[in-house]
Design a protein around this ligand. Structure first.
Ligand code: FES
Length: 174
């Protein structure tokens, strides 16, 4: 057979029984991160973020693959993945809206904003819009307490946000 395979033909190199495939670039980045620290556990969160960046979320099948790559136990990786609310364990929309429900934002209008967002998107916390565009999630303090109520869309933080801002704000995330 004529070998006309592209350079990416071997990009997927580590898989698990559930069909999860770890991209070679991500594996290399994980190994580099692991070598950067004395304890491989320190590389775990970054490894999870690498998978999430590529796939949009972290499927169950990624956990044993990450564990094997970093030389950690599956339970250790699962524990980290479960602990961090910004690691998504279910498929999410194209954009994730994280609405801060911590004290400063709670006092400056969280509830009204949650209601307005819910009406605007037609979803409650934990749900994704029917068109797959947005997932709405609560989150602990975003570090923008002086600008509450605050929210984050993908990697962008906004605040203070009112119901009147939502049209223009969401329009920027097609
Ligand atoms: S309490 Fe909302 S950003 Fe800190």
């Amino acid at each position: 057979m004529n070998d006309t395979a592209s350079p990416n033909a071997h990009a997927v190199i580590a898989t698990d029984g559930d069909g999860f495939a770890l991209h070679a670039e991500d594996r290399n980045a994980m190994l580099a991160e692991r070598d950067h620290y004395e304890q491989p556990q320190a590389a775990c969160i970054e490894a999870l973020k690498l998978v999430q960046r590529r796939h949009g979320w972290v499927p169950d099948g990624a956990i044993p693959v990450i564990a094997e790559t970093l030389g950690l136990g599956v339970a250790d990786v699962e524990g980290v993945a479960t602990f961090y609310s910004l690691i998504f364990r279910q498929p999410v929309g194209r954009h994730v809206i994280l609405l801060c429900d911590s004290s400063s934002c709670f006092l400056t209008g969280f509830e009204g904003l949650r209601e307005a967002l819910g009406e605007h998107l037609g979803v409650a916390f934990g749900q994704t819009t029917l068109d797959g565009r947005f997932t709405l999630l609560p989150v602990c303090c975003l570090g923008a307490c002086d600008r509450g109520p605050a929210l984050m869309i993908d990697d962008d933080t906004f605040g203070p946000i009112t119901a009147d801002d939502l049209d223009e704000l969401l329009e920027a995330y097609p």
